[in-house]
Design a protein around this ligand. Structure first.
Ligand SMILES: Nc1nc2c(ncn2[C@@H]2O[C@H](COP(=O)(O)OP(=O)(O)OP(=O)(O)O)[C@@H](O)[C@H]2O)c(=O)[nH]1
Ligand SMILES: [Zn+2]
Length: 210
């Protein structure tokens, strides 16, 4: 990973739009847009109110159109999105919806890798075969969004140590790392196994027998 630097021009909030979310138990959230995000992508924050003087729950959710919108069972993104919004409906929090489809390689490339995966190649190796990095994401924009929202101290919902390390490098104080549930099914078992092998803190056997 390259050394990450905070952009010189800070991102600022552009609009806060109230929406009632079925996927957050009918709670009203604010969808927040930004000016001057470092990578010029349309990343979005979804903010559910949390109690004052508490450290908010935060989730960095990387876009997965197939899982988030269509409910594809090939990965665990849809259930993770639901889980995060359910937790935030309960205790408040901030979900950053990051436009990092396919771990940063884009939707069409991701679908190309699915074709390879069906020939028994794992999710990370398939990225390499099409000439892309295993994971091309960084969280510079995420840190900029948190700062724009006035958040420099968070509790982070993730099993990905890279998200924690990058946010800390970028000056965000991560007080607690809370694991997501393991949404293991027969359809995503190989995908989750590859994630566990790559360093995600997933304990697949315990969850499978739970
Ligand atoms: N290239 C590629 N990307 C995938 C594949 N399946 C899901 N993704 C993308 O992976 C991203 C989600 O990353 P994950 O590795 O599942 O999880 P994570 O965000 O690193 O970690 P957690 O915070 O623990 O959920 C989304 O952008 C998905 O579009 C795949 O087979 N190939
Ligand atoms: Zn997915």
């Amino acid at each position: 990973m390259n050394t990450l630097t905070t952009p010189e021009r800070p991102a600022t909030v552009r609009a806060r739009v109230p929406v009632t979310l079925d996927r957050a138990a009918g709670r009203t959230a604010e969808l927040v847009t930004f000016h001057d995000l470092p990578d010029a992508q349309e990343h979005l924050a979804c903010v559910l109110p949390h109690a004052p003087h508490t450290v908010p729950l935060v989730r960095l959710h990387s876009e997965c159109l197939t899982g988030d919108v269509f409910g594809s069972a090939r990965c665990d993104c849809g259930p993770q999105l639901d889980e995060a919004l359910a937790a935030m409906a309960d205790q408040g929090g901030v979900l950053l919806y990051l436009r990092q489809e396919g771990r940063g390689i884009g939707l069409f490339n991701k679908l190309d890798t699915y074709v390879l995966q069906d020939q028994d190649i794992d999710t990370f190796a398939a990225n390499r075969i099409i000439g892309r990095g295993e994971d091309e994401r960084d969280y510079v924009a995420a840190a900029a969004m948190l700062r724009a929202l006035g958040l420099t101290r968070i509790r982070l919902l993730t099993n990905n140590p890279d998200k924690v390390a990058q946010l800390r490098d970028l000056g965000i104080r991560v007080d607690a790392v809370l694991p997501t549930s393991v949404h293991l099914t027969e359809h995503n078992a190989r995908y989750l196994a590859a994630k566990a092998d790559s360093g995600h803190t997933l304990t697949l056997l315990e969850e499978a027998s739970a």
